[in-house]
Every structure is written in structure tokens, then in C-alpha cells.
Write a protein that binds this ligand. Structure first.
Ligand SMILES: [Mn+2]
Length: 415
């Protein structure tokens, strides 16, 4: 049983039953899971589940709520409210919490979506209802994000001074990396490559993805890295089609692909590298997909030069992927000629951007219209994902823009 352990839903049914046993008739308890807190760019603070909420539900997802209502006759009903997650997010996050899985984990019969919270409360609460909410945690500091802190001091003590955000200025500076910054990124990439070489030699049918994860982490830490630059994606078989697969708890099987999208941190800077390896031998079909993506990445490097933009790179890489999908007979020319320009046919199998900036943040400052200049560092990451074949291939390199073109910083890491 490689999957991560969890308690049975009957345990959570029993904790709720005990809690409601302590509540008087005509009362209601409302409790929330912890929120996911943004830290940088699109990165979040490591998520910490709320222990009280977990104790009553077993649910670890943010933005989830629990209502327990005990009526005037002592009968109680429980309702779990889960976030309404749009279908497209499943492409990135894989199996997200849905009504069925929320029911299985928590043992609660009634599951609704979070937007029904207030209507439901209005329905259940009468003027005499005793309301229960979680009390103060031990540490009760007010949480203010750094940007709000400075602003609130200015507003309070210097309300009539002119005030302006400095972020745009700092973003422009951060975009162009200095020598020292680049050498940190080089080292992060070097460690990532060495870690991957070590890991590769340990790929075996029967291993679990997290075993390979610890091989990488152990190597990075021994080399003075704080660890992973971001939650590592170590995805075998069908998992390789989930763009942000991070559970890393499936068993490797002969004939699967193993997609690893990982990076070491070094000195505060990040690498972001994707390689795809076979478990055992390549199957013919998987190898065809790999070769297609390989051709796209090798012929896209020349797009990286001063004066261009990520928007332009996306357009050209998209066209190359389109050509490969035609060859693989996954799309046909009819679909291309009738396609909507904003949602080209290739998007079905290549649904993310081909590039992002890289630096202090893995998805660093700068956007798709930023004009490239020497000193900027970006990824190049074409991919083709075919859930019906249980194979996803992405290859990703890190590239420095130079005066006359670019330098592929990760060229030493074999495909
Ligand atoms: Mn990336």
C-alpha cells in the first residue's frame, strides 16, 4: 500500500458525535479549515491544516467549512461545505476534493459547495440558537501581509503624504540578473542535474515515487541547498498528465514514463528542470511522444534572444507542437483550419505556457509581454500530455539571455 495513510471515516463520525454530545439543544457549530496564504508570485506558504478541523473531518483542503446543527429535540445534522473547483483545475492538480471523496474521507452525508454557506446558516439559525465558533488559538497575532503593514503605518501616521507602491520598480530590477545571481542559478541547476543522475540510476519497477523524491532531497541538502525550489513533481504513468501532480505516492510500473519536474534551491535562487525517463525500457508509443517533444525543445532554443517576448515564444512553440500532434495523428488539419485563434487545437494536449521567468521565485517577476534583454533568465518547457495513452512528456531547460542570443544553462543535464 504505497498511498499515504489516513484514518477511517468512522473515526471522524465519532469525533463529531462526541462534540455534538456536548452541545445544548438548538445550537450550531461553524468551523473552517485554514486558508492557503500567498507568499510570493504564485507560491504559497507551506499549507498547514487546522488541527481542530482535521480532527472533526479528516479533510486537509483549504477553504472548506463544517456546520453541525443540533435542533431543539436533540437531533443533529452535519454539513460539509467544500470549495467549488472548476473543471480546468483538474488538469493542473489532478484529483481534487469533490463531493464523493469528501464524503468518503469525512463520513459526512451532506456535502455542499461553499457558496451555499450563508443561505444554509440563515435557514438553520433562529434567534435562540446558541452559536459555537472555534476560540482563540494560542498565538493571536493579527496576520498582516508585508505590503499591508507598511501601508497601514503610513496611513495612520502620515495620511497626507503622497504614497505609492514600489513593486513596479523592483520588478524591473529583479528581471535582469547580475553575475552573482546568475552564478547561484548555475549552481542550483548543477545540483539539480547531479541529483537527477543519481535518481535515474535508482528508477525501478516497484519503487514508489516518494522514494525517488527523498533521493533528490538528500542529495540537495548535502550540497548546502535548502532543498527543493518548489514541490517536486515525480509522476509516473498516468500521473505524468497531471500538470501539478505532487502526491508522489504511486508505484512505478515497467513501461511507464517517469516525469520529474524538480529544482534545487541554492543561495535563495532556483532551478526548474523537467526530464522524462522510462521505467525499464521505452514503449514504442511513449518514445514517439518523447521524440516529438525533444524535437520541439531543441528547435525552440533559437527563439531565445534579446527583443522577443514570452508571447512570441508561446506562439512559435505552439506551432511546433501543433506539427508534432499532426504527426502523432492526435489532431487533424480540419481541426486546425477551423480552430478559434484564442484556443488553438493543440491546447488540448499542450495546455500551459512554454516559458516563465526564473530567479528568486520559480515563477519570477515579468510577464508574457516583457521584452527580453541580456541577463534575463527563463525556462523553456514544451510538453504533450495524452491521458488516453497514460503518457505526459514535458522537457524543461533554464536559459540565460545574452547579448547575441542565449545560453542554455541546463545543457549539461542529459535528456
Ligand atoms: Mn517551469
Amino acid at each position: 500500500m504505497p498511498r499515504l495513510p489516513r484514518l477511517s471515516h468512522s473515526f471522524y463520525q465519532s469525533t463529531r458525535k462526541k462534540a455534538v454530545g456536548k452541545m445544548p439543544d438548538n445550537s450550531l457549530l461553524l468551523m473552517f479549515a485554514n486558508k492557503n496564504h500567498p507568499a510570493n508570485a504564485d507560491a504559497y506558504y507551506p499549507y498547514v491544516r487546522n488541527s481542530y478541523f482535521y480532527y472533526l473531518t479528516g479533510i486537509t483542503e483549504p477553504d472548506t467549512a463544517l456546520i453541525i446543527h443540533r435542533d431543539s429535540k436533540g437531533k443533529y445534522e452535519e454539513l460539509l461545505l467544500i470549495p467549488e473547483i472548476p473543471e480546468w483545475r483538474k488538469v493542473w492538480d489532478g484529483e481534487v476534493l469533490d463531493k464523493q471523496s469528501a464524503r468518503e474521507i469525512s463520513g459526512a452525508k451532506n456535502i455542499e459547495y461553499l457558496p451555499s454557506l450563508v443561505p444554509v446558516l440563515r435557514d438553520l439559525v433562529n434567534p435562540n440558537t446558541q452559536l459555537f465558533y472555534p476560540g482563540r488559538l494560542k498565538r493571536s497575532e493579527t496576520v498582516l501581509f508585508p505590503e499591508q503593514r507598511a501601508k497601514s503605518i503610513f496611513r495612520r501616521y502620515f495620511p497626507s503624504n503622497r504614497q505609492k507602491s514600489v513593486i513596479e520598480t523592483l520588478n524591473k530590477l529583479r528581471l535582469v540578473k547580475g553575475e552573482e545571481e546568475i552564478s547561484m542559478i548555475r549552481e542550483a541547476i548543477k545540483l539539480t542535474g547531479e541529483g537527477l543522475e543519481l535518481m535515474k540510476s535508482r528508477i525501478n519497477s516497484g519503487k514508489v515515487e516518494y522514494e525517488l523524491e527523498t533521493d533528490l532531497l538528500g542529495y540537495f541538502r548535502r550540497k548546502r541547498s535548502r532543498g527543493f525550489a518548489f514541490d517536486p513533481i515525480i509522476a509516473s504513468g498516468a500521473n505524468s498528465c497531471t500538470l501539478h501532480y505532487i502526491q508522489n505516492d504511486s508505484k512505478l510500473k515497467t513501461g511507464d514514463v517517469l516525469l520529474t519536474d524538480v529544482g534545487a534551491e541554492f543561495g535563495g535562487y532556483n532551478a526548474d528542470i523537467t526530464r522524462v525517463y522510462p521505467v525499464g525500457k521505452w514503449s514504442q508509443r511513449n518514445k514517439r511522444v518523447f521524440d516529438a517533444v525533444y524535437r520541439v525543445i531543441t528547435s525552440s532554443v533559437k527563439l531565445y534572444k534579446p527583443g522577443t517576448t514570452i508571447e512570441e515564444i508561446n506562439r512559435e512553440v505552439g506551432e511546433l507542437v501543433e506539427g508534432e500532434l499532426l504527426q502523432l495523428a492526435l489532431i487533424n488539419s480540419g481541426e486546425i483550419s477551423s480552430q478559434n485563434e484564442n484556443k488553438p487545437a493543440y491546447r488540448k494536449y499542450f495546455m500551459h505556457s512554454a516559458a516563465h521567468f526564473l530567479g528568486l521565485d520559480v515563477h519570477d517577476v515579468g510577464d508574457k509581454k516583457t521584452v527580453l534583454k541580456p541577463g534575463m533568465v527563463l525556462t523553456l518547457e514544451p510538453g504533450i500530455y495524452i491521458p488516453e495513452w497514460q503518457v505526459g512528456v514535458r522537457l524543461e531547460d533554464d536559459i540565460l539571455i545574452t547579448k547575441d542570443g542565449c545560453e542554455v544553462l541546463s545543457r549539461g543535464i542529459p535528456y
